[in-house]
Design a protein around this ligand. Structure first.
Ligand code: B12
Ligand code: SF4
Ligand code: SF4
Length: 425
């Protein structure tokens, strides 16, 4: 019997069974009293831990009172959909994409199933009403999930169950008056692995996340340029971040209860995206983007955001290779892709600017670790010309500046000179 599904054939047990029949892995019932973490939530917003997600600071009263979401609402059927914790990462891109986002957008997948469940409840209990949510309104979904017994809020702030934390949450609010599930005990104990592993110290305390430092926030939610220190801190993460889940003992393969997520095939990496790699992503044009990312959860970052993130990740790889005295050939492939990317300017210029900053970082690193002849190997004449032309044709103040600086850095590097005259442009 899956966790959270009552063994009794009560009304509660029946609704949870229907949730499983509709395609969810686990379900439980929550009551809709006000949040017990109201003070913590308000303090979180006051500290600015919500970063630029200003919408989290609005409608706070509603957010803290789930019953406000549907007139007469008394309970919620809370559901969990597990996604594959491991996949076949056939390119260098996918190990740096949060697992939940490899397949179809979970909002669509889950909303379809939630609506079917809601309709079934309304048909079976005439006069009752329902409303479905999956990230679609002011609701504290983890807290509802905790009340429903689907997991326990853990030190990394994830809702964690004995079968791990690789699952997503949804709710059907209902006017039916149902008894809640049993809540789980704390699963963290003395463990602090997630706090220790977070590369940006975004987990400032147990149960507290500062989104201003979280890679997941920057790579998914932030729409303009990334701050330089964040670009370097991203490491290999192109979309989202799973580090504080990967290190959790409950997510380890040896946990016999870890979910196999067999039913979540919609959330697995589809065949047609499997081969896509970072070099292709950083140079992706709009038509290919539309084709490749149809239905994908990664569309949230938009084409410019994905190119921006890929540029930063590629720069990190090149910098690491240069530091270790690694393959010139791979550095050349990266530089060439970045030069192509600076030439593809969009209206916002975010992707091109990120590629320009990546080129600057690589040029600076080359300047400190190899001679001008080495640099010439990395940027052969044809590419040099393309970079020069991209800088010349750049539009938009920020974009123009970034590309001119990139060009200037590479010119200085090649000539071995100390400064580059502006006339060269
Ligand atoms: C905004 C948001 C983000 C932000 C902020 C995350 C955060 N921790 O607040 C960013 C962009 C960083 C983010 C990242 C991720 N997110 Co997100 N996100 C949301 C969203 C839309 C709102 C969350 C929110 O209200 N945050 C404000 C904080 C204060 O509230 P909270 O996280 O619910 O935390 C509660 C507890 O911490 C508690 N609390 C406060 N103090 C204390 C102290 C103690 C001692 C205790 C016990 C509790 C406690 O109070 C809070 C309110 O109930 C929810 C969907 C939703 N509507 O709930 C998805 C959601 C939380 N995200 C989800 C996912 C999958 C992710 C990522 C894993 C994606 C990824 N791989 O990159 C990461 C995980 C990062 C992390 N460690 O949290 C899932 C989580 C599923 C799960 N098993 O927990 C959700 C529920 C979406 C969904 N429908 O499935 N996310
Ligand atoms: S998602 Fe990544 S950056 Fe954010 S808290 Fe977890 S480990 Fe830290
Ligand atoms: S890594 Fe440890 S502290 Fe962090 S969520 Fe998992 S059990 Fe809790």
């Amino acid at each position: 019997m899956p966790e959270g599904v009552g063994g009794r054939r009560s009304r509660e047990g029946l609704l949870c069974e229907w949730a499983v029949e509709e395609g969810f892995d686990r379900a439980g019932i929550a009551t809709l009293e006000a949040s017990e973490y109201g003070d913590e939530f308000s303090a979180w917003v006051e500290r600015g831990d919500n970063a630029s997600m200003e919408w989290l600071g609005r409608r706070v009263e509603e957010r803290l009172n789930p019953a406000s979401r549907l007139e007469g609402a008394k309970s919620a059927v809370c559901v969990a959909l597990h996604y594959p914790a491991r996949g076949q990462d056939e390119s260098d891109l996918w190990s740096g994409v949060a697992r939940y986002a490899h397949g179809d957008d979970y909002h669509d997948v889950m909303m379809r199933r939630l609506r079917r469940l809601g309709d079934r409840i309304e048909r079976s209990y005439p006069g009752s009403r329902t409303r479905s949510y999956v990230d679609t309104g002011p609701l504290l979904e983890r807290e509802l999930g905790q009340r429903a017994g689907l997991g326990r809020i853990a030190k990394n702030t994830m809702l964690l169950s004995r079968s791990g934390s690789y699952f997503l949450l949804g709710e059907v609010l209902t006017t039916l008056d149902l008894s809640p599930g049993e809540t789980l005990p704390d699963l963290c104990g003395n463990c602090t692995r997630c706090l220790d592993a977070c590369p940006t110290d975004a987990l400032t305390q147990p149960y507290r996340l500062d989104a201003r430092r979280c890679i997941s926030f920057w790579t998914i939610e932030h729409r303009t340029d990334l701050p330089e220190e964040i670009e370097r801190d991203l490491g290999e993460w192109t979309f989202g971040c799973d580090i504080c889940q990967q290190v959790c003992p409950w997510n380890e393969e040896r946990n016999p209860r870890r979910s196999q997520a067999e039913r979540a095939s919609d959330l697995a990496l589809p065949e047609h995206r499997r081969g896509l790699d970072l070099v292709e992503l950083v140079t992706l044009d709009r038509d290919c983007y539309v084709e490749t990312f149809r239905r994908s959860a990664m569309k949230r970052a938009k084409l410019d955001g994905l190119r921006r993130n890929a540029a930063a990740v590629l720069a990190n790889e090149a910098l690491a290779l240069l530091q270790e005295g690694g393959s010139d050939e791979r550095v050349m492939v990266i530089v060439s892709a970045l030069v192509e990317s600076v030439g593809q300017q969009s209206e916002s210029g975010v992707g091109a600017r990120a590629a320009a900053r990546a080129l600057i970082a690589i040029a600076e690193s080359l300047a400190s670790c190899c001679d001008p002849a080495g640099a010439r190997n990395v940027l052969p004449p044809l590419l040099r010309e393309r970079l020069r032309r991209a800088a010349q044709n750049a539009s938009g103040t920020g974009t123009q500046q970034a590309l001119e600086s990139a060009w200037a850095c590479w010119s200085v590097l090649e000539s071995g000179a100390q400064s580059q005259p502006a006339e060269d442009l």
